[in-house]
Design a protein around this ligand. Structure first.
Ligand SMILES: [Zn+2]
Ligand SMILES: [Zn+2]
Length: 262
């Protein structure tokens, strides 16, 4: 168990992009996509926009389940902490087993930060919602929203109540709305997209991610891929706080306005 001061530093900055940037970027990508679709003449349903944005935002926090100090690992106390520890151990074992030069490199930013994971997670959730219908979709939407809200808020205790309320709201909304496009199977799409947005976000920072595992690049299946070095930013840095977060808020605002304005 990490001392809480260290854990919050890991979560708030250090080696990982802040939870807030991840959740925000997920929501903004979905809203932007809906705004683009609306611009091209499609009419996205309210449920598609709101549930999709919430699930993308929540999905954008999922890959850090491989780190015991992350937002998702701390979201439900010992339960999620155990899940995170198990994921970290499993991811470390998989990394060591699938590449000879990668033994002992740990489980963080490994399998959950790959394109394959994003696709698999999306397919799994789509299957779940296709079989489980309204109930499954409401549970996925509610959990994702609660997670995204916790990631977006800074104060932990206040975040818990706000997150529960927001999760309940979107969950009930998902259950009450008629499935926008022939049922809820599409909910896996925002979830997988959220995972991918997370990994791409991490790729902009100094540590980068093994996005294309298991494809071998320069002899390594877990070769870190990312932004051209001079343009990478340090997480929790001034660049993230003063440039990335405000840019995301402006983009999200413009997209939302495009969708609401007549
Ligand atoms: Zn990450
Ligand atoms: Zn390797």
């Amino acid at each position: 168990m990490l001392p809480s001061r260290f854990a919050s530093r890991v979560e708030g900055g250090g080696t990982a992009v802040m939870g807030r940037s991840h959740a925000l970027s997920g929501a903004v990508v979905w809203l932007g996509g809906c705004a683009l679709a609306a611009g091209l003449g499609a009419r996205p349903a309210v449920g598609t926009v709101v549930v999709g944005a919430a699930v993308t935002a929540g999905g954008a926090l999922l890959p850090d389940v491989d780190h015991p100090g992350s937002v998702i690992a701390r979201s439900l106390g010992p339960v999620t902490r155990l899940i995170a520890q198990g994921t970290a151990a499993g991811a470390a074992a998989l990394r060591g087993a699938s590449c000879r030069c990668c033994a002992g490199r740990g489980g963080h930013r490994a399998v959950t930060h790959t394109l394959l994971f994003a696709v698999a997670a999306g397919l799994l959730v789509s299957l779940l919602c296709w079989v489980g219908g309204d109930v499954a979709a409401a549970v996925v939407a509610g959990l994702a929203t609660a997670l995204a809200t916790r990631g977006a808020l800074r104060k932990r205790t206040r975040g818990a109540y706000g997150a529960a309320a927001a999760g309940l709201f979107v969950g009930v909304m998902a259950a009450a709305l008629p499935g926008p496009v022939a049922g809820w199977w599409w909910v896996g799409l925002p979830l997988g997209l959220g995972c991918l947005v997370h990994s791409l976000g991490d790729a902009l920072t100094f540590t980068r991610v093994p996005l294309l595992w298991p494809i071998r690049i320069r002899g390594c299946r877990w070769a870190p891929l990312g932004m051209w070095a001079p343009l990478r930013f340090r997480t929790g840095s001034a660049a993230e706080l003063l440039l990335v977060v405000p840019a995301l808020i402006v983009l999200g605002g413009i997209s939302a306005w495009t969708l609401i304005a007549p």
